[in-house]
Write a protein that binds this ligand. Structure first.
Ligand code: PEP
Ligand code: MN
Length: 479
């Protein structure tokens, strides 16, 4: 069958799940025209570097950590929150690097993770039926502010820009240097054993870095494409969000020549105008990595159509309703050339369902010879409502899905390449972590959930619970 032509807007001819109906389409068009003129947030060479590093994850030479908030809010775009999130991602990855002796590719759910899919278009608040909250880039959390407003897409662009700018400054100002991990501050971690374990790693790491410096082996080009940025102790960081609002994604999709390292070598027969032919590609420049959610991955739908044409590495959420042949057909569509580093499958079945699905999904993908990275999202299949009515997740259930996932991969001659988590290092004014998930070494009980429940979307692991999880994974992979 001949492949249909793709363009950044070809998704418009397909049916779209989770669509947002704007009351004034002309207003939306004006906003989109403006977005089309605004500069890219990320560059093709950064996107290509991530693709390359994800290729390493696929070959078991690195581990992928994908983590952050379920949904960011415009109000949470502050120095404190961003630094706390980066600090937690770095601390988590340090524990993994130390245990598994593998580089960690870090992708934050940050600088653009505003839109949310919803199971229902409306919700009941008090005795009113209102439109569901769809994330800060669509409408407001306040029940009186639920009409979708296109201006919010512009706000999303500028908040993403501010967040990314701050991430970049933190990364280049020494905050993220593995040489000074104490800057990420564990002052608020109350568990002495957790602190001790982390301090132990930090000391070991500082010694190791000093030793490498002394003997002059600081550069480590194998993790870097072309070896251009090759100092051990400095870290890469990438951004991601669910590619849900296709109008926005289209407006930030730009065509660029492939970076020079990927251009074919000059040939004897240049193009007729004597200019060497430079292949181009469409990059989504709003984030390095985008994923398709479990509710928008229909084979003939708009989201899959959009995703198949962008050059960015992509994620696909795989839940219990995914049929095995559907998964393979999806891979055929989004990665027809079977390129390494292009597709990450983010499995999220639920602790009670993973045994029924993962092994057959792995077998089908192995048979298809599609190269994929498998990562475990032990969060989204394990959400329930507590007796007090708060949406929560149980640390034990999260561990149970992750442990099953590791076991099943091992039994299927496959390997878990990483994890996708919802966590936050956010602290309140008195320096206390959020209380959204129950359990962990701090043994948070259901009764304590109300103390500092700050998420307006899914419940996140707090700092201590995240470190508990990092040690668990790190110990599993310990060499
Ligand atoms: C999410 O990652 O926040 C999400 C909504 O996930 P899923 O599509 O897997 O339900
Ligand atoms: Mn979520």
């Amino acid at each position: 069958m001949a492949e249909q032509a793709w363009s950044p807007s070809s998704w418009k001819s397909k049916s779209i799940a989770q669509d947002v109906a704007y009351p004034d389409p002309k207003h939306l068009s004006r906003v989109l025209s403006k977005l089309e003129t605004l500069p890219p947030l990320v560059t093709p060479s950064e996107i290509e570097r991530l693709r390359y590093q994800l290729g390493l994850v696929q070959r078991n030479e690195a581990f992928l950590l994908h983590a952050g908030d379920c949904a960011e809010s415009f109000d949470a775009c502050t120095h404190e929150n961003i630094a706390a999130k980066i600090g937690l991602i770095l601390s988590f990855s340090l524990i993994l690097i130390w245990g598994a002796r593998l580089p960690v590719v870090r992708i934050g759910r940050i600088a653009g993770q505003y839109a949310k899919p919803r199971s229902s278009k409306t919700e009941k608040i008090g005795d009113r039926e209102v439109l569901s909250f769809r994330g800060d880039n669509v409408n407001g959390l306040d029940p009186n502010d639920r009409t979708p407003d296109p201006e919010r897409l512009l706000s999303a662009y500028f908040h993403s820009t501010a967040a990314l700018n701050h991430v970049r400054s933190l990364l280049t100002s020494g905050f993220a240097s593995l040489h000074h991990p104490r800057d990420w501050s564990l002052n608020h971690v109350r568990s002495p054993s957790l602190r001790k374990e982390f301090e132990h790693i930090v000391e070991g790491l500082s010694d190791a870095l000093d030793f490498s410096r002394t003997i002059g082996v600081e550069s480590k080009p194998s993790f870097e494409q072309g070896g251009d940025r090759s100092t051990v102790g400095e870290v890469d960081f990438y951004t991601s969000h669910e590619g849900l609002m296709l109008e926005y994604e289209q407006a930030l999709t730009r065509e660029f020549p492939l970076p020079s390292s990927l251009q074919p070598k000059a040939t004897a027969s240049p193009a007729p105008n004597n200019e060497p032919h430079k292949p181009k590609a469409f990059y989504n420049t709003s984030a390095h990595f985008l994923w398709i959610g479990d509710r928008t991955r229909q084979l003939t739908g708009a989201h899959v159509e959009y995703f198949r044409g962008i050059r960015n590495p992509i994620g696909i959420k795989v839940g219990p309703s995914m049929a095995t042949d559907e998964l393979v057909r999806l891979l055929d569509i989004v990665n027809p050339l079977k390129e390494a580093g292009r597709v990450t499958l983010i499995t999220r079945y639920g602790a009670g369902k993973i045994d029924d699905h993962l092994a057959s999904h792995i077998a089908a993908v192995q048979k298809s010879t599609h190269p994929v990275i498998w990562i475990c999202d032990p969060m989204h299949g394990n959400t329930h409502t507590s007796s007090s009515g708060l949406k929560t997740r149980n640390f034990g259930t999260i561990i149970s899905e992750l442990t099953s996932c590791l076991k099943i991969h091992a039994a299927c001659n496959s390997r878990l390449g990483g994890v996708s988590l919802e966590f936050t290092g956010e602290l309140n004014e008195e320096g206390f972590s959020v209380t959204e998930c129950v359990g962990g070494s701090m043994e948070l009980s259901e009764e304590e959930l109300g103390l500092r429940y700050q998420s307006f979307c899914d419940p996140r692991l707090n700092f201590e619970q995240s470190l508990d999880l990092a040690f668990l994974i790190s110990n599993y992979f310990k060499k």
